[in-house]
Design a protein around this ligand. Sequence first.
Ligand code: 3H9
Length: 703
Amino acid sequence: MSEVVSYQLKDNIGVISVNNPPVNALAQAVREGILNAINTANEDASEAILLVCEGRTFVAGADITEFGKPPKDPGFPLVLDAIENASKPVIAAIHGTALGGGFELALACHYRCALPTAKVGLPEVKLGLLPGAGGTQRVPRLTGVKAALDMITSGNPISASKALKMTLVDKIIEGDNLELGGIQYAKELIGSSAPLKRISDIKIDPATVEPGFFDNARKHLARRARGQIAQDRIVSCIEAAVELPMGEGLERERELFRELVASPESAAMRHIFFSERQAAKIQDLPKGAPVRDIKKVAIIGGGTMGGGIAMCFANVGIPVVMLEINDDALQRGMGIIRKNYNITVQKGKLSEDKMEGRIDTIAGTTDYLDIADADLVIEAVFENLELKKEVFGKLDAVCKPGAILATNTSYQDVDAIAEATQRPQDVLGMHFFSPANVMRLLEVVRGEKTADDVLSTAMKIGKKIGKVCALSRVCYGFIGNRMLGGYGREAQMLLLDGCTPEQVDSVLEGFGMAMGPLAMGDLAGLDVGYKAREGRTDLPDDPRLYRMGTLLVEMGRHGQKTGSGFYKYDPETRRRESDSEVETLIKEEAATLGVEQRKITDDEILARCFYPLINEGALILEEGIAQRASDIDVVYVFGYAFPVAKGGPMHYADQVGLENVYNKILEFRERYGEQYWKPAPLLQRLAEEGKTFADWDKEKEVG
Ligand code: 3H9
């Protein structure tokens, strides 16, 4: 049929087999191959047609790399029409993940069978899209409107058994020979003269939909997915499935799909999809480089961070030993872990049994000798270089040769920590983000002497525990926290210049940040930044710098934990409220410092907060701290809740135009001085050449 699709008559069953590694995406050759095979099968002696895939999965969707490029024939709808209108039963046999266009392909078939391990889903919303090949029309016809809306707006795949219950799948094939099981099933269908079940023929009774259902869904989704338009368009499509005949519903779906493909939100989310996978690749290490075996992990420190990290490993069944300085601290740590798991159980996301199983995977100790046989040790003690060096000295003395020794430090010098051992090649940073069992980012920090296999192992184990890994070289704060400096600084400077905390935060929240920087400071504790600043000698001698944060801490307003910070907090609901006392204080301080307050536009707030971050990102790239601009985006989306629909700070800068960013920084330099506003040479160069950070990534990757 084509290089990626074969067709063979096996007894009386025509078997179409797709083989387009790695995930059988629906590229042009696949579409063409399937169409030709259906046409052949329509004419030959087959009595039913089985559609199977080779390799690790059924079709995992449209080929995302084709979006935004001129369409190539045959279009996917034509292929689906040919399948649904075939003269004999077409059966999809699913293994791995039938996702997006892959699941839509299966839905166009008359029957669907699946291995018990298979999953099906419509994850398009995670790419800022909607299922554009009938998913929004066929799923509600099969499972009802509410279940369809939940499935398509969440984008989460479901298991084969759940799909069976929802009638999205007709049969589970036991055993592991799907093709054989599928042929058997096809023969049963022929034997029982099963009809050609076309989902398009089903009509949804509008009376099954409660009045106001769609309006309520729109409102609810607008709150849940701020700044993303796909959810709204999905509701419109499902509404069309209820109100319009199939053909018109499909047209509506296609029209809205086209709108979304062309949207900047979807471009940003597709950028993040590929960037996430790219970030796991280390430029100077080949794919499949050797790795060390990790069968047992030790965590030093059972605080919030250590406990969260221990949970990550327990969740995937890797035994963990958690070390604390005494029994009390250990019990406290184990108690926090139990409490965290209990929350998941209460939400119905974990059974009691599984919780106990996971807790049993975590052993506690106060004796370093108990971690001697660990393959990976992650230190998560207090942020103090001397303390960390002392811990690494002890680890060096007790740990077996070849054990990987990682520090979870957020700021300290990984090379200095490595030098506290006789084996710096085994040392690296594994920087988790709080809460470690929830946040997806893991910054893997490469020390001067870190061995290649140590790095590859950290990347691999990171993926295994469900993290998105990004590589950083050593510098103060690594990629994420180093860039954050200017963001927090400007948020506070804006107060002296005339903004209220509410104004700054609401502009950034309107942009899509989960929480504005000042509210975030209150949540994390203003005393944390205060203490960190105390030890720093590199900060400019400027009384305006972090002025408000410092004053608030000195007044005992440490943030949410003391009931007040930049805001005051309702003791019951913990909701933030503006505080006139803070607003007066800001005005007084501005007067004392001679800062003339003025009205500041939302655009200036965005630029003042984000452009230092982008500028620092450019420096980080030039210094080789980050491998790619897209890695920086991954760090911000997965570690700092930067809105995925904006694609990360560097992608956002590309969208704004680097020339515009650069010119604005020059304007701010003029107005606020060079000590804070000094354009990075790389930003200047790219802006002058009319290039983007994405161009820079491409050049580096090719070079
Ligand atoms: C869609 O279908 C729209 C339709 O409704 C309408 C059409 C008209 N295309 O993730 P992995 C690459 S939208 C192109 O590391 P895993 C990926 O970049 C689509 N490439 O493997 C990577 O490349 P590399 C809806 C794709 O085993 C390699 O495959 N579907 C695609 O951890 C391996 O990927 C989705 O959103 C693609 N569709 O996970 C599903 N998918 O090696 C997206 C993957 O060069 N895919 N690649 O870095 C996934 O969720 C996961 O890849 C999957 C496998 C679960 C399938």
